[in-house]
Design a protein around this ligand. Structure first.
Ligand SMILES: [Zn+2]
Length: 395
């Protein structure tokens, strides 16, 4: 008896329905489904969402559970990178323990898929990667975790990093990461050639952190697009943050959007804090650019203002983009679910028959109100199995 019947739940833009789950998949969505031997979950009129997808996390570096981190770090990128590196080396942060804490909180909040970056660094070799890879195993079946080999401290400027990234890619890392090719490695063409070279050798997707502002960042977008085209990697490249898309004039933005579309490059925007320029999410979506979002760092040496809840992230993306209309809030929710799922390659995602039975039930008037209210009482189902309930992961 593998059947589970979820009675009386409300999908977006639909009245109450029942969901029949068979062998981990949604078999039927209708009112009054009959399934005599099925295990019954009473949805009691709750809202149903497909499992939330965090397409940009840093699970190896969270300081969750380690006490308040006193942050007096100078607020520039290089200082924040160096501070974190020194702190991690001094304190010996265990990435398996830390990523497990974050995984439990994320799961309890309804996240069923995470793409996490993991710092690959000559200071600690592959230990960060191996710890998160262990977490990926521990949570298999409850939370899908995809790992990006990420040169947080620089790649070319720190000899030995490329070899470590290749080791990680040979040993189960899923995606090649890159970082600010001009401002960190100070050699954009070579940085990107090495990143795309690894992508080709190991047949992996690419996800590049691009904080570079204005025209400099726009130039990096062009270089990324060129390499995407040459390699035939359309549909396999994400530019994360891409602040420069909010820092160029309208005509220039139009050209960059054309490049993104021609090369099917996705943009990750997490709705950054502060006044810095950020990608105009509604404009990009209207143009047809694929969009995803993620929580970025959670309670780490970069800052404390975050928790691993994709409804909170949806709120922040909406807030940052000045979304007020229902259609815009719905766009933000779409990005946290279907948009991010598409980018991380979540198979058979959604709430239609045939989809994997990954979903979240929570109380509320409607799906948009849930972005604001964010009730902690969530029932999370992955592959037809209850994996979190009442704000607690059962894994
Ligand atoms: Zn990041």
């Amino acid at each position: 008896m593998n059947d589970v019947l979820v009675r009386n739940v409300r999908p977006l833009h639909a009245g109450a329905v029942d969901l029949l789950v068979r062998d981990g998949r949604i078999a039927e969505v209708a009112l009054g489904v009959q399934a005599d031997d099925a295990q019954v979950i009473d949805g009691a009129g709750r809202l149903i969402f497909p499992g939330f997808v965090d397409a940009h996390a840093h699970m190896d570096k969270t300081l969750l559970g380690l006490g308040w981190y006193v942050n007096d770090v100078p607020q520039n990128l290089r200082s924040m990178i160096d501070n974190e590196r020194e702190m991690r080396l001094a304190r010996g942060i265990d990435s398996h323990t830390q990523s497990s804490k974050q995984a439990r909180l994320a799961l309890a909040a309804g996240t069923t898929h995470i793409r996490t970056f993991v710092d690959i660094d000559t200071g600690w070799g592959l230990s960060g990667f191996e710890g998160v890879a262990q977490t990926r195993e521990d949570f298999r079946g409850a939370l899908d975790i995809q790992i990006v080999a990420f040169p947080q401290s620089g790649m070319l400027v720190r000899p030995g990093t490329v070899e470590l990234m290749e080791d990680a890619l040979r040993n189960g890392a899923d995606v090649v990461g890159g970082l600010d090719p001009s401002t960190i490695d100070r050699d954009p063409a070579r940085h990107l050639d090495v990143v795309f070279g690894m992508a080709e050798r190991y047949d992996k997707d690419v996800d590049i952190h691009l904080h570079e502002p204005g025209d400099l960042g726009a130039f990096s977008v062009e270089l990324i697009a060129e390499r995407t085209k040459v390699l035939g990697w359309q549909g396999r490249v994400v530019i994360s943050h891409a602040f420069s898309l909010g820092g160029v004039d309208d005509a220039h933005l139009g050209k960059l959007i054309d490049l993104l579309l021609e090369n099917d490059i996705a943009i990750m925007s997490h709705g950054p804090s502060g006044g810095r320029p950020a990608p105009p999410v509604a404009r990009l979506a209207a143009a047809g650019v694929r969009l995803c979002t993620g929580n970025d760092g959670i309670r780490d040496a970069w800052g404390p203002l975050n928790m691993p809840d994709m409804l909170l992230r949806t709120f922040l993306v909406a807030y940052r983009n000045n979304f007020r209309r229902d259609a815009d809030l719905e766009l933000a929710l779409h990005i946290s679910t279907y948009g991010s799922a598409q980018v991380v390659g979540a198979a058979e995602y959604g709430l239609a028959p045939g989809a994997a039975a990954d979903f979240v039930l929570l109380p509320g008037e409607n799906h948009l109100e849930a972005i604001i209210e964010r009730p902690k009482e969530r029932l999370v189902v992955k592959g037809g199995r209850v994996v979190a309930e009442g704000g607690v992961a059962l894994v």
